[in-house]
Design a protein around this ligand. Structure first.
Ligand code: SF4
Ligand code: SF4
Length: 111
């Protein structure tokens, strides 16, 4: 699992965008686009559902390619935010840790 933990701690291995990309599963792209459009109140089309994972080479889902957490961790040379001494106080990652408690567990588990 370790290499699929995103910079923010989300588990990319269980992400439907990654699953659809790896399996080239168009039906899952369509379902994921519908569900994420509702969840994120945005117009997300099936052809946007392409991502190999935050820390893997290859295509990224649009939000993840622009993600400030990912940019920050990479600019500091960290594998993930779990390497950062500011993790517990960081406002940039704060929302993720609040709404996805497993993210912090994942970051701790690989350190
Ligand atoms: S980086 Fe890609 S695989 Fe990971 S959570 Fe974001 S969309 Fe899903
Ligand atoms: S400052 Fe925040 S976003 Fe940047 S690497 Fe540290 S924990 Fe991650």
């Amino acid at each position: 699992m370790e290499k699929y933990v995103a910079c923010c701690g989300i588990d990319c291995a269980t992400c439907d965008a990654r699953k659809a990309t790896i399996a080239n599963d168009q039906e899952l792209r369509v379902k994921t686009a519908e569900s994420w459009s509702i969840q994120f109140s945005a117009e997300i089309m099936p052809d946007m559902i392409n991502c190999t994972g935050c820390r893997e080479e290859g295509v990224k889902f649009s939000h993840c390619s622009e993600c400030e957490i990912r940019k920050c961790a990479r600019s500091k040379g960290f594998n993930t935010c779990g390497d950062c001494s500011e993790l517990e106080q960081c406002a940039t990652i704060g929302n993720i840790l609040q709404f996805v408690p497993d993210a912090l567990t994942n970051l701790r588990s690989i350190n």
